[in-house]
Design a protein around this ligand. Structure first.
Ligand code: RP5
Length: 174
């Protein structure tokens, strides 16, 4: 595992969203955030930052994120999932937390509660267990609030969701 500062395996000079995770074992879940951001045409970077195994790297990543041009950070972790909350404490950027159900977890409640139960003043926007796709969508919505192109793509995405349900209703009703 690379423990050097923010070198990433999907490095984008123009990255607006930083996707980080506590371990490379989180990648199969977190990939969904990357996929949806790609679909919306939003540049992102993706890397591993562990709150417990690489605390210095976490400090460096979080404190440098805004200066490097990131607008949102998506942080996924499992178990004693301190990464999203600690990163939120170190940056003025909004942080979206993805609780990951790790293999030894108590049904994922450990991950959910350790990301969700933040103290006043340091929020983490916590999505559902393993819901990295929703984290990506929420990040895109935050970007889309200020970027018209992304905002329009989001409006179109919503219409698509609606059309898909309407199509199913029509099929059910014959
Ligand atoms: C957490 O511990 C990681 O976010 C991961 O979900 C979990 C297990 O990590 P590994 O032991 O697989 O590296 O820090």
């Amino acid at each position: 595992m690379n423990t050097q500062p923010p070198t990433t395996n999907h490095q984008q000079q123009t990255a607006l969203v930083g996707i980080i995770m506590g371990s490379d074992s989180d990648l199969p879940v977190m990939q969904a955030a990357a996929d949806i951001l790609q679909q919306f045409g939003i540049d992102f970077e993706l890397t591993v930052v562990s709150a417990h195994r690489t605390p210095q790297r976490m400090f460096q990543y979080a404190q440098g994120a805004r200066g490097r041009g990131l607008k949102v950070i998506i942080a996924g972790a499992g178990g004693a999932a301190h990464l999203p909350g600690m990163v939120a404490s170190l940056t003025p950027l909004p942080v979206i937390g993805v609780p990951i159900k790790s293999s030894n977890s108590i049904d994922g409640w450990d991950s959910v509660l350790s990301i969700l139960q933040m103290p006043n003043g340091v929020p983490v926007a916590t999505v559902a267990l393993n819901a990295a796709k929703n984290a990506g969508i929420l990040a895109a919505q935050l970007i889309g609030a200020f970027d018209e192109t992304v905002g329009n793509r989001m409006a179109e995405y919503k219409l698509q969701l609606e059309a898909e349900v309407n199509q199913k209703v029509a099929t059910l009703q014959g």
